[in-house]
Every structure is written in C-alpha cells, then in structure tokens.
Ligand binder design. Structure first.
Ligand code: G3I
Length: 346
C-alpha cells in the first residue's frame, strides 16, 4: 500500500493545518538520495539535528560555518517545507573555544552577537527557533529549578530573557520557543520538572519576554506507564498563557522492552505513538510534531550509553521508518493520530 503523496504523513498533517517533520542529519542529506526523497515526501517541516548548534555553526570565535544550515534551508524551500531552528542557547554542543574564551565580562556580547548573526542569517525563513534549550535541571539544586549552565554562571537568570529579546529583534516573525525534556511523565521527577518549566514560562510572560511557544521534546520510553493527565494539563496551561506547543523531538525507545521479537517491540512503540500524539493533538495549541530523526538507523538513541550497555548491537525501533526506509507500525499509528486532530487554521 502506498505511503506516498496523499497517503504520506506530510499530506495527512497538511490536511489538518498541522506540521509533521523530522530532525535532519545534514551530512546524509548530501550523500543519500533515498533519505532526501523520504524527507521530502513525508515532512512539511524539518530541523537540523546538529548543524545549527553552536559547535557546528560557530567553530571559531570570529568564524561561522553556515554551509550545512544553508543547505538544509535551501532543501526545505525547494520542497515547500518549513524549518525549525535548533538551537541558540544551550549548555551542550558548545564549541571547543568556548571555555577558554567566554567569561563573565564578554558573555553578554558573545551570546547576543551569536544570536543576531545566526538568526539574522535565516531571517524570514525560519518558522520557529529553539531560543533556549533545557534551562531547567532540578538536580542542580536551585529552588527556581534553573540549571547552573555556563550561561547561567556567567550571566545569571537574565541570560534567558536576553536570548529571547535578542532573537525577537533579529527576526520578529520567528516563533520563539523554550524547549525541554523530561516533562512528559506523571512520575515525581516529571511532575516537579514540569512545574519548574511552567513557572519559568509564567515568569517570562509576566516580565514581557517574547516567548511564543514551548517545545516538549518527547523522548519517550516504550514501557512507560507514566504518561498521564499531567502533560495535558501542562499544555492547557501553556495555551492559557497564549503559547503554542510543539512536540519537538519525539521518539519512543525500546530499551526497556526485553523481547527480541521486533514485531512485539514495534507494537508497543506504535501504541505509545498513537496514544501520546492523539492526546497531545486534542489541544488546539499543539500544531507541530517532529520526530528526532526519521529512520531507525539514524537515531541518536543507538549511540546512547544506556542503550549500548543494555542491548549491544540491537537497533532501536524508535522512529516512523525502519533502516530500509520502510514504514514501521509507528508510521501508521502516527498518521492515524494526525487524522484524529481537528483542523488548525494557523
Ligand atoms: O561530527 C562528529 C564526528 O566528526 C566525530 O567523528 C564523532 C565522534 O564522536 O562525533 C561527531 O559529532 C557528534 C554529533 O552528534 C554528530 O553525530 C557528537 O560527538 C555528538 O555529541 C552529537 O550528539 C548529538 C547531541 O544532541 C549533542 O549535540 C546528537 O546527534 C543529537 O541527536 C542530540 O540531540 C539532542 C537535542 O539537540 C536536544 N535534546 C536532546 C537530543 C538528544 O540528546
């Protein structure tokens, strides 16, 4: 049965005013024609998995490397896709020069220059930017939950405001997003992290900081029983603040599924895709669903320490397409979930 054209995820999403897309390995985009065709056929939005992060796009203090970002944006435009930008301010993927160069005296200037330069480069061509990524870390022990990241250490909590305000100036039309993980579950850690993220969003809104959306990364465990009403309530609260909600990095890992029978694991994964995405799309604030990769052979999960220790040599089944770019049960579950949504008009 065809999964192309009108049967694609792209067509089913578009029909409801939704965006479906995937994180793209820009190296593969250059070399793998089948990968390009899969993305073009199935996605109406894409995001660079790594190419727009600091380490990739700003390799030296005075040099930016835009080639791979440019290629992704050109590819997207060629295929009438939208683009998400990921990301402008994070504690990871910092370039090797960062630690020896950035200090409290120049951090403000370096952060704002980076944001102006990168956002300015793609002005008018990016639907949404992940402006600040993963700023909450309860394990760091602060009462406000803020991660004691390098940016925090050098600039204090105001680095978040600065990043959003600078991004808004550089591209007034991009939807400015706060993006985080570990907020999906109703177990105690999920509950407290979700509350800290919501408190941050409310603080930003109250202070007039230009934040337009919250990204729920959605890296989910196939065995979870923790997806309860909490995340739906969070989405409603975000909606009440006037925010859009994006599922930015969806994948469903099978690390805690012992079965070596792929069909058994696929069924469990597809069930989570279906239930989670259907539940999220029940709220009109949720407009974009992106998976973190499109096919299992190019998932970051295969390189995670936990996965490699637990299942050496086993490939994850976390994404809508398998390693041969054939649709997995997750594809059909995701498509049915997209179909369940009422039509958005934005
Ligand atoms: O490109 C180099 C390559 O030249 C080198 O040989 C190789 C050796 O390790 O490393 C390659 O770089 C790796 C890069 O992925 C590209 O594969 C980095 O080491 C590795 O750290 C990097 O990991 C990425 C990670 O973010 C850190 O930036 C993953 O691909 C990417 O999937 C992951 O994505 C994050 C999101 O940005 C934020 N949310 C969580 C998500 C998963 O961790």
């Amino acid at each position: 049965m065809s999964i192309d054209g009108p049967a694609s995820l792209r067509a089913h999403a578009s029909a409801r005013g939704l965006f479906y897309g995937a994180a793209v390995d820009t190296g593969l985009l250059r070399t793998d024609a089948a990968y390009r065709a899969l993305l073009a056929g199935q996605c109406n939005i894409v995001v660079a998995e790594n190419a727009m992060k600091w380490a990739a796009i700003h390799p030296e203090p005075d040099r930016y490397a835009f080639e791979q970002g440019d290629e992704l944006v050109a590819f997207a435009e060629q295929h009438a896709m939208q683009v998400r930008g990921h990301n402008l301010c994070w504690h990871e993927a910092l370039p090797s020069w960062f630690a020896s160069t950035v200090n409290p005296g120049n951090a403000r200037q370096i952060l704002t220059e980076h944001i102006r330069t990168v956002v300015g480069r793609y002005k008018g061509r990016i639907r949404a930017w992940d402006v600040v990524n993963e700023a909450i870390a309860l394990e760091d022990g602060r009462t406000d939950g803020l991660r004691t990241s390098p940016w925090f250490e050098m600039l204090g909590p105001g680095y978040i405001d600065l990043a959003f305000r600078t991004a808004r100036e550089a591209d007034p039309h991009a939807l400015l997003t706060y993006n985080d993980y570990g907020i999906e579950y109703d177990h105690p850690a999920g509950f407290t992290k979700r509350a800290a993220v919501m408190a941050l969003l409310k603080r930003l809104k109250a202070d007039g900081v230009p934040v337009d959306a919250v990204g729920i990364q959605s890296h989910i465990d196939a065995t979870t029983s923790g997806l309860g009403p909490g995340i739906s309530a969070f989405v409603s609260e975000a909606q009440a603040l006037g925010l859009k909600v994006f599922l930015t990095e969806l994948d469903v890992n099978d690390d805690n599924l012992a079965s070596e029978d792929i069909a058994v694991r696929d069924a469990a994964i597809a069930k989570v895709y279906g239930q989670y995405v259907t539940t999220m799309l029940a709220n009109l604030a949720v407009t974009d669903v992106l998976t973190w990769g499109i096919s299992d052979n190019h998932s970051w999960l295969n390189n995670s320490k936990y996965h490699k220790e637990k299942h050496p040599g086993r490939q994850e089944r976390a994404l809508p397409f398998d390693a041969s770019y054939h649709p997995a049960p997750a594809f059909y579950a995701l498509r049915t979930a997209l179909d369940s949504a009422t039509v958005r008009n934005a």
